[in-house]
Write a protein that binds this ligand. Structure first.
Ligand code: TMP
Length: 210
C-alpha cells in the first residue's frame, strides 16, 4: 500500500475531531487526496455498530462483548474504506484506530492486553498507521470539554474518573512502547497551537511540506 495512514488517539475532550479536520485541510491544500474517517465507524456497517457502543448506559455491555463490537466495526472500516483508499495512494486520517481498543477496553475496562492485541491483529491484517498522534490532556480538562458537546454519544464520558485516569496512562504507555510510530502531542492549549505542532510532526516524520 502506497498511501499514508495517520491515526489520532486520546481520551475524551482532547480535540481530535477538530485536529483531524485541520490536518485534512492542510494536506488537501498541499495537493494530496485525503480520506478523513473515524472509529467506531467509517463504513456503513461500522457506523451502524457505532450507535450500539457510544449510546446508552456505561454498563450496557460486558467488556469482552464491547471489545468484539469495536473490533468488528474496525474490520469493516479497514476492508471497505481504509484499505481501498491506501491502495489508490490517498492519505487516510482516522479519528481513532486500534490503539483506542487497547486503551479503553484493555487499560480502561480490564480486558487482557494479549486478547485485544490478537483481535486487533485479526481485524486489521497488515494495515498499520505510519504515524499515530496521541493527543494528551489532563483528565479533568478533557471531561469538562467533552461535557460541552451536544448529542447522546456520552456513554464513555460517563464512565468513572478512575477509568479515565487509566485510559490516559494507557495511551501514554502505548506511545512509549512504540516511539517510532507514535508522537504525544500536548493538547490542552489553543487549537491553532496544537495544529501547528501536529503539522511540524507530520512534515518531519512523513516528509511532506505543510
Ligand atoms: P469519539 O468520542 O472519539 O467519537 O469516539 C467514540 C467513543 O468510543 C469514545 O468515547 C471512545 C470509544 N472507543 C472505544 O472505547 N474503543 C475503541 O476501540 C474505539 C475506536 C472507540
Amino acid at each position: 500500500m502506497a498511501g499514508h495512514f495517520i491515526s489520532f488517539e486520546g481520551g475524551e475532550g482532547a480535540g481530535k475531531s477538530t485536529q483531524v479536520r485541520l490536518l485534512a485541510e492542510a494536506l488537501k491544500a498541499a495537493g494530496r487526496e485525503v480520506v478523513a474517517t473515524r472509529e467506531p465507524g467509517g463504513a456503513p456497517g461500522a457506523e451502524a455498530v457505532r450507535a450500539l457502543l457510544v449510546e446508552g448506559e456505561p454498563d450496557r455491555w460486558e467488556p469482552l462483548t464491547e471489545t468484539l463490537l469495536h473490533v468488528a466495526a474496525r474490520h469493516e472500516h479497514v476492508r471497505r474504506t481504509i484499505g481501498p483508499a491506501l491502495a489508490r495512494d490517498a492519505w487516510v486520517i482516522s479519528d481513532r484506530f486500534a490503539d483506542s481498543t487497547m486503551a479503553y477496553q484493555a487499560y480502561g475496562l480490564g480486558v487482557a492486553r494479549t486478547i485485544v492485541a490478537e483481535l486487533n491483529r485479526l481485524a486489521v491484517g497488515t494495515v498499520r498507521p505510519d504515524l499515530t498522534l496521541v493527543l494528551d490532556i489532563p483528565v479533568e480538562k478533557g471531561l469538562a470539554r467533552a461535557s460541552q458537546r451536544q448529542g447522546n454519544e456520552t456513554r464513555y464520558e460517563r464512565m468513572d474518573r478512575a477509568f479515565h485516569v487509566r485510559l490516559r496512562a494507557g495511551f501514554l504507555d502505548i506511545a512509549a512502547r512504540e516511539p517510532d510510530r507514535c508522537a504525544v502531542v500536548p493538547a490542552g492549549g489553543e487549537v491553532e497551537d496544537v495544529h501547528t505542532a501536529i503539522k511540524q510532526i507530520v512534515s518531519r516524520r512523513l516528509g511532506v511540506a505543510l
